[in-house]
Design a protein around this ligand. Structure first.
Ligand SMILES: Nc1ncnc2c1ncn2[C@@H]1O[C@H](COP(=O)(O)OP(=O)(O)OP(=O)(O)O)[C@@H](O)[C@H]1O
Ligand SMILES: [Mg+2]
Length: 546
């Protein structure tokens, strides 16, 4: 959609260029090297006055740090046409929040390290300090307000028309706030009636510096039973690294004490409950400048810059926990295409390293197989033969005992006479009938249905139950002849096993001997495999660091 017609203060029609961005209140267009913001809706009178006051108060120093309104823009050519927007310097760069997380930085600024982030933080503090010196309060501090120019690490503010300022004795308030950056004393307040102060801005500044320097975590992130909402955590002073407690810092969070001991007190003063005074933007600037001056480079990884005031590289410690914060820049190159090429090169290196490890492992197995394969197979076969013979002996003994038991049981049951038993329903008449059919004892009661007159299914079941009860009483007595027979089986098995067991022993000794020889033969291959595994791990790290 084409922008609506608009005019400068001299009544000249402005020819707007490409759309640069859009927000809730207006759309921003290019105007040559400048930018113009046009509001979506007609502006109330005091907002028009505010813009006029802002353009009148514009200074070169402000323009260094902010897209400050330089002239009003009107919806008609006449002198008194209503203000519908304003001109401002065009700002180029990347929103501050895209510098917070390692993932975003890896994608956009793989070359930039912690020293760059410290410079950005310092310039952020400088921008806010400049506004405060001009009597301007940002009010709605948030991560979208700040744009970073990568080449210079300068930070500039956009959306300046929402700031609070006083001009000609009139205070133009800031009516908005963003929860993550709102200090505890402002939470739940009616913003229309409140005069915002620089000290409130610096709560948001401290949150931004924290996120920028410490891996993107919010200072009130962490584990706490209550409450979930960030505003509630802020109003209860639940700063994760504060002195009050009640919250456990996130497991992978970056503790300021480990990385920036010099800033620990500033963070505590900024985040601890209301009442105390917060460090000003100028104080942050000085502290960050000193931090920048104290940085050294890690001995192991050039991408790691850290304060000389800490004993060990904190970024190496983070990597040991599995988080890479900073990335190795492609050698002697800049730009996205070179980055992609370097990434492809490192991935190819990794594949080659993995292939080497696999090849050496293959050689290893092949050598072991050649030298040991037949011998190990022979040993296994002999061991299996020995096991089979031993099992056969057990089977023979089981079979003998089963046969002995069966024979003894038959003779035992033959002594259990039906006539002598008390089986309900089986009286003399039926005992005679059974005897006529050759059934006298428990041994004669076999499975299946017998056709005996007067003995139906139920009586047959009772007879079988009686037979089973008799069988329960059978205990095979130990006899000398059984002992002799079992011993005979054991002896026969031992005779057969002897030569096989000796063969197993011989083969085991030979395998052990051969193993020692093979190990010494493989020493060289072992070292090459170890070196290749190390190279693979390094290639993996190099890919991960991009
Ligand atoms: N001076 C500028 N130069 C280049 N781009 C700009 C400039 N000012 C604003 N923009 C772009 O336009 C977008 C919208 O601008 P701005 O935040 O001022 O609008 P807004 O309607 O007031 O937004 P909000 O509702 O968030 O307050 C910005 O996020 C930014 O991307
Ligand atoms: Mg706005």
């Amino acid at each position: 959609m084409n922008p609506p017609p608009c005019f400068d203060t001299a009544g000249q029609r402005l020819t707007l260029g490409a759309k640069l961005g859009e927000g809730g209140e207006g759309t921003v267009y290019a105007l040559g090297g400048e930018a113009v913001k046009l509001y979506h809706r007609p502006l109330e009178r005091h907002r028009q006055q505010k813009l006029a006051a802002m353009t009148a108060g514009c200074t070169p120093r402000l323009l260094q740090f902010a897209a400050w309104p330089t002239a009003t823009v009107h919806d008609g050519p006449q002198r008194d046409s209503p203000v519908c927007g304003f001109r401002m310097p065009r700002v180029q760069g990347t929103p501050l929040h895209l510098h917070f997380s390692p993932t975003d930085r890896k994608e956009r600024f793989p070359h930039e390290h912690w020293d760059y982030l410290v410079r950005v933080a310092q310039n952020l503090a400088a921008a806010m300090a400049t506004l405060h010196r001009h009597g301007i309060v940002i009010g709605d501090v948030n991560e979208n307000l700040f744009v970073v120019e990568e080449a210079t690490s300068l930070v500039r503010l956009v959306d300046c028309d929402s700031f609070q300022l006083t001009a000609g004795g009139i205070r133009f308030p800031c009516l908005v706030s963003s929860p993550e950056f709102t200090p505890p004393e402002l939470i739940g307040q009616a913003l229309r009636t409140i005069e915002r102060t620089p000290c409130q801005d610096t709560f948001g500044l401290a949150v931004l510096v924290f996120k920028l320097l410490l891996g993107g975590w919010h200072p009130f992130d962490g584990t706490t039973t209550l409450p979930v909402q960030i505003e509630q955590r802020i109003s209860q002073g639940l700063y994760a690294y504060g002195t009050q407690g009640g919250i456990t810092p996130p497991g992978l969070g970056v503790n300021p004490a480990r990385v920036t001991p010099a800033l620990v007190d500033l963070f505590r003063a900024a985040f601890n409950p209301p009442g105390g005074s917060r460090p000003s933007a100028a104080q942050w600037f000085v502290a960050l400048q000193a931090l920048g001056a104290s940085l050294v480079q890690c001995q192991h990884e050039p991408a790691h810059k850290f304060s000389a005031t800490v004993a060990n590289c904190p970024w190496c410690a983070s990597e040991a926990q599995g988080i890479t914060h900073f990335f190795t820049p492609p050698r002697g190159t800049t730009g996205r295409a070179a980055f992609v090429a370097e990434k492809a090169r490192r991935q190819a290196n990794l594949l080659a390293a993995q292939a080497t490890v696999q090849r050496l492992q293959g050689q290893w197995h092949q050598h072991v197989q050649q030298q040991m394969g037949t011998l190990v197979a022979e040993l296994q076969q002999a061991q299996e033969r020995l096991q089979r013979l031993t099992q056969q002996g057990e089977v023979l003994k089981d079979r003998y005992l089963q046969a002995r038991h069966a024979a003894y049981a038959q003779s035992f049951l033959a002594l259990c006479r039906i006539r002598d038993a008390q089986i309900p329903g089986i009286g003399l008449v039926r005992i005679e009938a059974l005897a006529r059919n050759g059934i006298h004892t428990a041994a004669d009661l076999t499975g299946g249905y017998w056709d005996v007159r007067g003995i139906g299914y139920e009586l047959q079941r009772r007879l079988m139950d009686w037979r089973d009860a008799c069988a329960q009483r059978i205990v095979l007595p130990t006899s000398v002849s059984d002992q002799v027979e079992l011993q005979r089986i054991d002896d026969a098995v031992a005779q057969q096993c002897g030569p096989v067991a000796r063969e197993v022993q011989r083969l085991e000794a030979e395998v052990q001997q051969r193993q020692t020889v093979v190990q010494s033969q493989l020493q060289d291959l072992h070292q090459r495999l170890q070196a290749a595994t190390r190279a693979e791990a390094q290639a993996q790290r190099q890919v991960a660091s991009l």
